[in-house]
Design a protein around this ligand. Structure first.
Ligand SMILES: [Ca+2]
Ligand SMILES: [Ca+2]
Ligand SMILES: [Ca+2]
Length: 133
């Protein structure tokens, strides 16, 4: 019986986070990427941060993120509670980003995935991400 209750609460937690997802995601993006503080993230601001992030991940500076570079950075930035499955998740994220499967994430592949993320969050299609949409 106790086990069932525990399972229920885990399940409820999952549902809740799925619901809160949208607003939280936009708030997160604005907090991270709004450089000029107008509470709107433009595509320009977003890609600028993407380029900067790419540079910090590309440790040896060859304009590609190798798997080792990616997993190292991923481990550094992942939340402590997720570290037990951190490398596995990191690997999955890497595979997703590496579209042509050459074991490297090129700048183009990286920007493409970022743009996809931006487009998904940009519900009203005005090339801006704002709160409360
Ligand atoms: Ca802005
Ligand atoms: Ca590299
Ligand atoms: Ca690739």
């Amino acid at each position: 019986m106790k086990k069932n209750v525990l399972l229920m609460s885990v399940f409820a937690g999952v549902c809740f986070s799925a619901h809160a997802d949208e607003a939280v995601k936009n708030a997160y993006m604005i907090e991270k990427f709004d450089h000029n503080g107008d509470h709107v993230v433009t595509q320009e601001e977003f890609l600028e941060s993407a380029a900067q992030r790419f540079k910090t991940m590309d440790i040896d500076g060859d304009h590609a993120i190798e798997q080792t570079e990616f997993l190292q950075r991923y481990a550094e930035h992942s939340h402590p509670t997720t570290t037990d499955s951190g490398s596995e998740v990191g690997q999955r994220v890497f595979d997703k980003l590496d579209e042509n499967h050459d074991a490297k994430i090129s700048e183009q592949e990286y920007n493409q995935s970022r743009l996809k993320w931006f487009t998904e969050a940009d519900k009203d299609n005005d090339q801006k991400i704002e709160l409360g949409r």
